[in-house]
Design a binder for this molecule. Sequence first.
Ligand SMILES: *[C@@H]1O[C@H](CO)[C@@H](O)[C@H](O)[C@H]1NC(C)=O
Ligand SMILES: *[C@@H]1O[C@H](CO)[C@@H](O)[C@H](O)[C@H]1NC(C)=O
Ligand SMILES: *[C@@H]1O[C@H](CO)[C@@H](O)[C@H](O)[C@H]1NC(C)=O
Length: 390
Amino acid sequence: MLTLPTLASLLLLAVPRAVYADPCVSFDVDFNLLAFGFNGKDYNAGKQDSWTSGSATDITASGRPPFDGANTTCYLAQFFNAVYVLNGDKANPSDIYIYDAAKKSWSTQKTTTGNFDPSDFKTILDHDTNVFYAISHGEMYSLDMGEKTAAQSDALSWEDVQTTPYGNDYDPVMALAQNHIHFIGVPNVPAGSADIFVIHFSFFQPQSQSYGGATFPASHGETASFFQSEGVQQEFAFIPDDGSMTYVINVENNSTSTLAGPTSKDPKAQYAASITALVQLDSTGAVSFIPYTQGDASTNSAAKWASVAALPAVAPASSGSASATGASATGASAAGTAPAGTRLPASSTASGSGSSSTGGAAAGSNGAFANAANFGGLASALLAALAFLQ
Ligand SMILES: *[C@@H]1O[C@H](CO)[C@@H](O)[C@H](O)[C@H]1NC(C)=O
Ligand SMILES: *[C@@H]1O[C@H](CO)[C@@H](O)[C@H](O)[C@H]1NC(C)=O
Ligand SMILES: *[C@@H]1O[C@H](CO)[C@@H](O)[C@H](O)[C@H]1NC(C)=O
């Protein structure tokens, strides 16, 4: 396995006007954490027990999306060990890139969008049917991925399912569990309740469903469904935009429990869940996770968020152009730390000299890169420090 300790150098990158590309995180069927579009590369960060101290494997392969767009999202098709990437290619926003996690290969599925707007939607991938259900401008659409681990030559179609009862102004917060899509923050639906779309009957249930226990707010937020080792999801996490708490909604017994809110309070963060962890990718590219054990409230209430240090790290860019004032790959600096992965400016250019680091504390811990940057003054804009694998 290729490990970060084999790195040759850190490069300091000057950052002109930042145009960010969005990475995404997902899993393969063994729940290795896959991180796509991190500084032009894709990584397998391994299983959960190695996320805080292990190393990430470069899995960058040809045919991948450029990851140069905004709002990139990715979804594991658990039955097929495939990851579907939406909005991964700015020039071709309706393309769906398919990553065959077993073969480590990519293909590009063309779609026809009809009235579906690929620049403005929310979607879930239904576990059992492998159909995307998306809401865009108050309308529900579906796209059937069949059993795909690779693209077919004919385009797939986004089909218009029906108009939602929620109105055009509702910014969808949708989560999948038990073949139902749950909608939080629907107008006039109280905190602690969700509206439901029953996939198998293509039916918007007229009554809201309430969930006992902790009361989640009727607000906008992000979601991720926890997988089961087999079968459909039964629980999903809901993280309101303020990041104050993580709610876990169980749709078997209609209850709500809580986990700590993420350390990074970021309304633009994305989330992915395995069976035993919730992972956050924030808008600076930092990846962190909280362990989760279904049915074990006391373990869950004590669980803490931790950084996924196994991913290569680069410093976040802020604005303006930057000049190097130095970077050191020492393990534990508190201030000026760089996250463990970054939405890199698309147009960054290298300046400044690399420092090579092949042993000792810096290279010995992959977490070192997560703490790599310590910049001079407030005035100097942030740099991206790029860890190269070899
Ligand atoms: C990204 O999402 C935001 C919010 O939905 C939307 O306003 C914007 O147009 C999207 N950008 C692209 C390039 O799809
Ligand atoms: C939970 O909610 C679902 C959806 O409304 C409902 O079908 C189910 O009967 C409820 N389960 C329990 C145990 O109340
Ligand atoms: C609902 O089921 C979950 C998962 O097994 C469990 O953690 C929770 O305690 C249950 N809640 C209630 C109210 O029975």
